[in-house]
Design a protein around this ligand. Sequence first.
Ligand code: TMP
Length: 212
Amino acid sequence: MTQSLFITFEGPEGSGKSTQIKLLNNYLTSRGIETVITREPGGTPAGDRIRSVLLDKDGGSLEPETELFLMLAQRCEHLRKIILPALNAGKVVLCDRYFDSSMAYQGFARGLMLDKVRSIHQAFLPGFLPDVTVLLRIPPEKGLIRARHGGQKQLDRIESETLAFHQKVLDGYNAVAAEEPERYIVVEAEGEPEEISKKIIVELKNRCQELF
Ligand code: TMP
C-alpha cells in the first residue's frame, strides 16, 4: 500500500516520543504500510554533526539565534534528503521533532518570537508542514525525571536548562497547538504507553481514513 503521510511527534523532554513512535510503527508495519522513522536534530550525516554542536555541553553556550539557525540548517538537509523523498515514494514518515520544536523551544522559550520563526520557515523550508503532529504533554518536572533515565543519562545542553525554561517550552507547545487544532493530536503522556498509543491510533483513524 502506498499512501504518503508525514506525522511528527512533539513534546517536552521525557514525554515518551520515541516509545510512541515505535508503537505506532509496529501498528503500521503490521498492516503492510511502509514507514520511515527519523528525528531532529539529525536524520542526515550533516544533521547528526549539527546535533552534536547543538546538544553537547562541552561547547559552552550558544546564542538563541545560533541555536535557531542550526536547527533550520539541519532541517533543510533533512527535509530535502530524507523526508520529501520518502513521502514522494509513498511512505509514512514518523519524525521525532520538527518545525514545532523550533516554535516551542526557540520561538517561545528562547523568546525569538513565534511569528519570526514561522516566517523564516515559510521563506526557506519552504513552509512544509506535517499532515499530523502528535503532541505528548507532560509536566516538565516529571518529564525531566524520565529524561534522566534513573540517573543513568547525563542531561544534554538543552535538557540542562532551568525548570522555568522547560515550563515555557510546554506553554509554547500549548500555544502552537491551539492555533492549529486541525493538525494537532494532543495527548497526555503520563500513563501506560500502550494506552497512549491506542488513543493516538484512534485519533489518526478519524483524520486519515484513507490510510487506516
Ligand atoms: P531529543 O531528540 O532528545 O528529543 O532532543 C533534541 C533537543 O533539541 C530537545 O531538547 C529539543 C531541541 N530542539 C529544539 O530546541 N529545536 C528544534 O527545532 C528541534 C528539532 C529540537
